[in-house]
Design a protein around this ligand. Structure first.
Ligand code: AMP
Length: 215
């Protein structure tokens, strides 16, 4: 199964993608995670991407498309199936992805769109903490770690992403509306596409997605 998970920042794409990857044995491809790791490790990709991540702007399409093409080829998506989380985010990226799947002779099976109000996003993201080591995601209100600032899974340090500060969150929401939301219409015309309410609990949202996919 090959899936795309779309939705505004903070709707829970990363959390849901992780759970879906475990449940359906899919490879999770998160462009945000790959780019953040590259920035942290100061690779040449990271150096190019840093200013965009810091300001909440999108990294240029060519850079991200190269990255995804390499990842999908390297990781044998055909065998395992995959879930793309945080990609595509623009029409040229979506067109590029169509081409990549065409070249790999693989279908894109389903597009899941998670939907949520802006104010809920701002509240959620301001309270989000991410593990520097394993990438696990916590929310200080809904899903807090047992010990302050420490990851339950690996003991790594929890931090607040720079782009999870309120001003940057609002900017990222504007970027989403302008550049990414048009993808919903793009996909509705081409692939099975389901819109799912992203305001419930982690378990509720996960169940709603599985219900759609299991059909
Ligand atoms: P995310 O973790 O998905 O919220 O992504 C964090 C940041 O990484 C975004 O604000 C962008 O700067 C960059 N990014 C992630 N995925 C993409 C993408 N598909 N296209 C362009 N920029 C991206």
């Amino acid at each position: 199964m090959r899936l795309v998970l779309l939705g505004p920042p903070g709707v829970g794409k990363g959390t849901q993608a992780k759970l879906l990857a475990e449940h359906y044995d899919l490879i999770q491809v998160s462009t945000g995670d790959i780019l953040r790791e590259a920035v942290e490790r100061k690779t040449s990709l990271g150096k190019k991407a840093k200013k965009y991540l810091d300001s909440g702007e999108l990294v240029p399409d060519e850079i991200v498309l190269d990255l995804v093409r390499q990842t999908l080829e390297d990781k044998e998506c055909g065998e395992h199936g995959c879930i793309l989380d945080g990609f595509p985010r623009t029409i040229p990226q979506a067109e590029g992805l169509e081409k990549i799947f065409e070249d790999l002779e693989l279908p894109l099976d389903h597009v899941i769109v998670l939907d949520i109000d802006d104010e809920v996003v701002v509240r959620r993201l301001s309270n989000r903490r991410t593990c520097r080591n394993c990438g696990a995601i916590y929310n200080l209100n809904y899903n807090p770690p047992s010990g302050e600032g420490v990851c339950d899974k690996c003991g790594g340090e929890l931090y607040q992403r720079d782009d999870d500060k309120p001003e940057t969150i609002r900017h990222r929401l504007q970027v989403y509306k302008k550049q990414t939301e048009p993808l919903i219409a793009f996909y509705k015309e081409r692939h099975p596409t389901s819109i799912i309410d992203g305001s419930g609990s982690i378990d509720e949202i996960q169940q709603d997605i599985r219900n759609v996919l299991d059909e």
